[in-house]
Design a protein around this ligand. Structure first.
Ligand code: 2IT
Length: 439
């Protein structure tokens, strides 16, 4: 860690993600002197390569704008680089390095052959016209197209990148490459996308939560749930939580949170899609539309008394104070559907209080898993029915849960999902790296 901090000063999110994994794997690493000899950790914590480029584009008023674009190809020991693209004003190199690092372990847990990568830009789609978004996506792809491909690196969506953005990027890729291949996932259903991909992260997250509760003899049915965010991931999570009989009472945005005591269901879930498509990143309009709801400005939903808390927005969105409040209010289960949603202080508190807690790389792996299934369908030149994709998603989430139980169960029976996910992901990647020599 000291070496890494000296080499990459100030990259706080990246250093945070690495530190969490190193602490988890210390014990098993020490049982494998061959890993140490091959410098597996030193090789695993650095990305294979990083592309950084400027993205100039013209806005609707004819002004030239300049953003920064990135792609971090982190590790391809077990498959082609794979991971989303994030367009958000908060994106820095540190953000994308942490996400690429996390993705490497997450993808290893999915059971599918995918390496880890992440890309993005500090461009924000907020208040941009459709044409501006298209021009930006095309300009971003003009630089990246030659570094990706179905067997090299397969990008997908993340915050700020949905079906529309993927369509524009894929269109430009296809034109430049003059090849119709599955170089992206999350594509529209008409041109090689998979059914269930938009829902997959949230659905998979709830299948995982269901397993966490079942492992302790508990039920999801009737539980009160707080969700953060109101984007694609939150939408999938709320939909499946409702289907499984839980009652979701909160969603949130950068402006505050919505508390809806009657539960978010039916047309209210549909309305989340409308809100997201409005492009202004505010959740308050929900309370204007549905009188059962109150808007709590500037606050996060973790102050509510709920059984299950599901961070679904962005990294470090639940801190130590939030964790204490949830614990004091009797929370049963906290599952990150966002990537690294909880700060290290929050995680330490959950583990100390033996709360059922699981990290994003396990809970949210359903999204990239269905991306992997989209790659399979593209490679076979066919498309599966939604029942088939959902069946495989279920199976994959159960397998991730079992890996966490196998590697993370402590002597008193408490399942440390952080340790379980990190050790299981690490062992797979480390073994593949050992087998492939020093490259
Ligand atoms: O964080 C993630 O796993 C994603 N944004 C999805 C990545 C993917 O390749 O589908």
């Amino acid at each position: 860690m000291a070496q890494l901090e000296a080499r990459h000063p100030g990259e706080s999110e990246y250093l945070q993600a690495v530190k969490e994994v190193l602490i988890s794997i210390e014990e098993v690493y020490n049982q494998h002197p061959e890993f140490e000899k091959a410098r597996i950790i030193e090789r695993l914590v650095e990305p294979d390569r990083i592309f950084i480029f400027k993205v100039p584009w013209m806005d609707d008023s004819g002004n030239v704008q300049v953003n920064l674009g990135y792609r971090v190809q982190f590790n391809n020991a077990i498959g082609p680089y794979k991971g989303g693209i994030r367009f958000h004003s908060s994106v820095t190199l540190s953000t994308l390095k942490f996400l690429g690092f996390e993705q490497t372990f997450k993808n290893a847990l999915t059971t599918l052959p995918m390496g880890g990568a992440k890309g993005g830009s500090d461009f924000s789609i907020r208040n941009k016209s459709n044409n501006e978004v298209m021009r930006f996506c095309q300009a971003y792809m003009l630089e990246l197209w030659n570094h990706i491909g179905p067997n090299t690196d397969v990008p997908a969506g993340d915050i700020g990148v949905g079906a529309r953005e993927i369509g524009y990027m894929y269109g430009m890729y296809k034109k430049l490459k003059n090849e119709f291949t599955g170089a992206f996932t999350g594509k529209g259903i008409e041109f090689g996308g998979s059914l269930i991909r938009p829902e997959a992260t949230g659905f998979g997250g709830l299948y995982f939560v269901h397993q966490m509760l079942s492992a302790k003899g508990l039920e999801l049915k009737g539980k009160l749930v707080a969700v953060s965010g109101f984007g694609n991931v939150a939408w999938g999570a709320v939909t499946k939580a409702d289907q499984l009989g839980a009652k979701v009472v909160a969603i949130s945005g950068p402006d505050g949170y919505i508390y809806d005591a009657e539960g978010i269901k039916g047309e209210k879930i549909e309305y989340m899609l409308e809100l997201r498509d409005s492009g202004n990143d505010l959740v308050q309009p929900y309370a204007d539309r549905f009188p059962s709801a109150v808007f709590v400005p500037g606050k996060r939903p973790w102050e509510l008394k709920v059984d299950v808390a599901l961070p679904c927005a962005i990294q470090n969105e639940l801190n130590g104070d939030d964790a204490l409040q949830l614990i004091n209010n009797g929370v049963t289960c906290v599952a990150e559907i966002s990537n690294m949603g909880c700060t290290p202080e929050a995680i330490d508190l959950f583990l100390e209080h033996k709360i059922l807690y699981a990290p994003g790389k396990a809970v949210n792996a359903g999204g990239v898993s269905v991306s992997g299934l989209e790659m399979s369908q593209n490679a076979m030149h066919l498309s599966w029915q939604s029942e088939e994709v959902d069946r495989q998603l279920h199976h994959i989430m159960s397998s991730i849960h079992s890996q966490c139980v196998d590697f993370g169960t402590e002597s008193d029976g408490y399942i440390n999902y952080v340790k379980g996910a990190n050790v299981a992901g690490f062992m797979k990647v480390a073994r593949a790296m050992m087998a492939q020599g020093v490259i």
